[in-house]
Design a protein around this ligand. Sequence first.
Ligand SMILES: [Zn+2]
Length: 160
Amino acid sequence: MMMRSYFLSILALCVAVLLPAMAQTPEDYPLAKSYAQYKAIQASLAADDYMTAREAIPPFIAALKSELGEREAPKLYRAAEKFLTADSLQKAREEFADISGRFSNQTDAYPNHGGYFTCVCTSVPGNVQFVQREKDITRCPYGGRANPTCGRVLSQSPKK
Ligand SMILES: [Zn+2]
């Protein structure tokens, strides 16, 4: 019994120490909150799922405004709002390309691109781009389910 309560208090201590540390991890890089939503949109488009992609747009805009400032990137905010009006997956991907170009302008402003990679799709014409923190491409938002790994890294920065 003594052993068990000792074990439990050690466990409680670990949880108390580790949980806040885990919760802080997403905050450790620039635009972390915005990127979490951007990534959700990207992943949904990679799954050919426009409706789920749409759901991340309002929190994406809110996160951008909180991290960049209400007036900092009006064209990016407008591009994100326009995504909501797309009437097809194809159109949504065109709007996402606009969002991505503007989002990468923001990440590029940080030293080492803030740890982001700007990637270009290699299966769709027009050099459409997207941004991600992983070097490997597993969810191309333009290739979709038919081609989730198409694309290559255009600009990169060393991971810290
Ligand atoms: Zn692609």
